[in-house]
Design a binder for this molecule. Structure first.
Ligand code: GLU
Length: 472
């Protein structure tokens, strides 16, 4: 496969959302699959709403997901700068070239003329709407007074040969001679428009493929017309269906978190997020679980589906639960620390053992931290009814086990197990008769992690204190 160049072009007007994360991931995967490059370009021409803190946050989230880039605002590259507000000189050169070639023209029509034109077209129910081309052949020069720059849209049709949807036809008659640069101060050329800067940058940066959300399909014929005017070969485009909420409505804060950071705070692992995002609109047989390395090998645009995907928190949680089982324990431990700290708990002295005993029983880091309360604090949830029904009747057994455990010099799982087994055998007591009350005494619950794991993670002092309290 020839190496492809793809990009992610976020507008830094907010945090990274799941839709943006999926777009970034798909472009990254295709670039890596092909052995090509991945570029980050910051589309900050909306100067009012663009903020550097959002740019930083977006890059931070991309790194958290495990993505990297060959070129970008923070790492530079051969096509620097990678922020659109730093590329204005370049846009100006391209606009001058388009003007000189007659592909674009200056339009001095005032706002009130355009308003009147719109009103007239509406009342006449005109089939053809939009700018009527009055300035098309007037050849206004740079001194024409306040003016915008419009692209000269030829007759005919523009076909987006979409990688996901197949060919989509647009009649050029429905595309007016659209504005590519606003009017600037003192009759100069002002801020170039969105479709123009995206195209000028994609040409300059040698982008070969663009995967993006459906909402951009409407822009693509205009961008193709700009490529043609610039005499540049366009990239291949693929427009991916929307991500909907589970009930089919538009995804919003009301029916689920939309920002990537919110899912990290819910205790989702980046590996699970990547796997889930990849399956959201892409498939490879009926395989559900992929590592990022597998995805890199398997990802092609043929696997992208054309119907909308639904955001399913249950499924994401299930996927995450699979990673709770398969990630290295120290990775889970390190990630869990923030969740422990948020609950006011310092680092646990037997963190690895704690993770080992809870990872298979929990699906997120939040669930793990909640389940870990019993190992950190005394205010863990206790089932009073179970305690009342279990402990008094088992007092003799508990006193005996406590004494045996107290005599254990080595507080490892294996030695605790050997001690309890030996005692049960000597006394002729079934292990089950011992395990249940001990667990209730230690955790206040009938079900929980393995008994010896629990004893070990609690540590000698806490375990014996809880047993003694239960006997009392
Ligand atoms: N800046 C656009 C956005 O954030 C993306 C433009 C594109 O992918 O062509 O939606």
């Amino acid at each position: 496969m020839t190496p492809l160049r793809l990009r992610f072009a976020p507008s830094p007007t907010g945090n990274l959302h799941i839709g943006g994360a999926r777009t970034a991931l798909f472009n990254w995967l295709l670039s890596r699959h092909s052995g090509g490059q991945f570029v980050i370009r910051v589309e900050d021409t909306d100067v009012e709403r663009s903020k550097r803190v959002f740019e930083d946050a977006i890059l931070h989230e991309l790194r958290w997901l495990g993505l990297d880039w060959d070129e970008g605002p923070d790492v530079g590259g051969p096509h620097a700068p990678y922020r659109q507000t730093e590329r204005l000189d370049r846009y100006n050169i391209v606009i001058q070239q388009l003007l000189a070639a007659g592909k674009a023209y200056r339009c001095t029509c005032a706002e009130d003329r355009l308003d009147a034109l719109r009103a007239e077209q509406e009342s006449a129910k005109a089939a053809r709407r939009g700018y009527d081309g009055r300035c098309r052949d007037l050849r206004h020069g740079p001194d024409a007074g306040p003016h915008v720059i419009r692209l000269r849209v030829p007759e005919g049709e523009t076909i987006v040969d979409d990688l996901v949807k197949g060919p989509v036809h647009f009649a050029n008659a429905d595309i007016e001679d659209f504005v590519i640069a606003r009017a600037g101060e003192g009759g100069r050329i002002g801020m170039p428009m969105y479709n123009f800067v995206v195209t000028a940058d994609d040409v300059d940066m040698g982008i070969t493929h663009v995967l993006r959300g459906d909402e951009h399909l409407i822009n693509t014929p205009k961008q193709l017309l700009i490529y043609a005017a610039m005499g540049a070969a366009p990239p291949r485009f693929g427009h991916m269906p929307l991500i909907l909420a589970l009930d089919g409505s538009k995804m919003s804060k009301r029916n689920g978190e939309t920002s990537v950071g919110a899912y990290r705070d819910l205790g989702i692992h980046p590996e699970a997020m990547v796997c889930y995002l990849a399956r959201l609109g892409w498939s490879c047989g009926d395989q559900e679980l992929f590592t990022i390395a597998e995805l890199t090998t398997l990802f092609t645009t043929q696997g992208i589906g054309s119907s909308p995907s639904k955001w399913d928190m249950e499924k994401l949680t299930w996927v995450n639960g699979q990673w709770m089982r398969s990630l290295p324990a120290d990775v889970i431990g390190t990630r869990a620390r923030g969740f422990f700290a948020a609950r006011g708990w310092a680092e646990h002295p037997r963190e690895a053992a704690l993770v080992a005993c809870l990872r298979e029983r929990t699906r997120t880091l939040v669930e793990l931290a909640d389940a870990a309360r019993v190992f950190f604090a005394d205010d863990y949830p206790k089932d009073d009814a179970v305690m009342a029904a279990t402990l008094p009747a088992a007092r003799e057994t508990l006193l005996g086990v406590t004494e045996v455990l107290d005599g254990c010099a080595d507080w490892s799982e294996a030695s605790l197990e050997a001690a309890v087994h030996g005692w049960c055998e000597a006394k002729g007591i079934k292990l089950g008769k011992v395990a249940q009350p001990v667990r209730v005494a230690l955790c206040g619950q009938k079900v929980g992690p393995g008994l010896y794991q629990t004893l070990h993670v609690l540590g000698r002092e806490v375990a014996l204190a809880r047993l003694r309290a239960a006997c009392a």
